[in-house]
Ligand binder design. Structure first.
Ligand code: NI
Ligand code: MN
Length: 227
């Protein structure tokens, strides 16, 4: 049995055989965060979809403390290695067999700059992750607009898709429902909304729009989904 726990915004804890991981661990400064960064002591992987602060979040601090390997694009890995982290570089379309299961990096239509002081550091291309654990597939879309590339994911037979619905920077409810119809996962979980004024969305409306295309599970921060 694999477990996904929503930590608020686009942050998730994911646990299954051989995997104790975080995705986009933005906890400090996240008004939605269900827990603090210090609570995570036993982790082996952190997946990072792109370099924006609301995803990079506490990655450096948590990875340093736990020794977790960060999985990210090649450019972000270079940046994180300069901070002393150990990183597994990947890139869009690539798949790698980790001890817990395979991971594919998926495309996202979005930026990935790292903002450090008054500098913007090039962070490669934004992406998403298709993570296999215990033979189940979890798709974290990262930040993205709607793209036809998502049609390709239907062939993956995904159990749980985590999709942004907040609009403005990412898909809104309508586009995220169109994405859900393309991806055809068993379950879809909305994320990346109601954290800030620029990403307000209505999860109930998203649920209605998805209709019969997929089961929608709306998680509150701190709630988990077992599958
Ligand atoms: Ni972003
Ligand atoms: Mn974001």
């Amino acid at each position: 049995m694999a477990t996904i726990r929503f930590l608020g915004h686009a942050a998730f804890h994911i646990e299954g055989e051989g995997l104790k991981g975080l995705i986009d661990p933005f906890l400090t400064g996240n008004p939605q965060a269900s827990e603090g960064a210090d609570g995570f002591t036993d982790l082996n992987y952190i997946f990072l979809t792109h370099g924006h602060g609301d995803h990079l979040g506490d990655t450096v601090q948590i990875a340093k403390r736990t020794g977790a390997t960060v999985v990210a694009n090649f450019e972000l890995c270079h940046y994180l290695e300069t901070k002393g982290l150990s990183c597994h570089p990947m890139h869009i379309g690539g798949r790698w067999a980790f001890p817990f299961g395979r991971v594919k990096m998926t495309p996202a239509f979005h930026g990935s700059g790292i903002f450090e002081g008054d500098q913007v550091i090039y962070g490669g291309l934004a992406g998403g992750f298709l993570v296999e654990v215990e033979g189940k597939k979890i798709y974290h879309a990262g930040d993205t607009g709607l793209t036809k590339e998502m049609e390709l994911l239907a062939e993956e037979e995904i159990q749980v898709a985590l999709l942004p619905i907040g609009g403005n920077f990412v898909m809104d409810e309508t586009d995220a429902a169109r994405a859900a119809a393309m991806i055809r996962s068993e379950t879809v979980v909305p994320m990346h909304y109601d954290t800030f004024d620029l990403v307000r969305a209505d999860a109930g409306r998203f649920t209605e729009l998805v209709g019969d295309a997929s089961r929608v599970v709306v998680l509150k921060p701190g709630q988990e989904l077992r599958f």
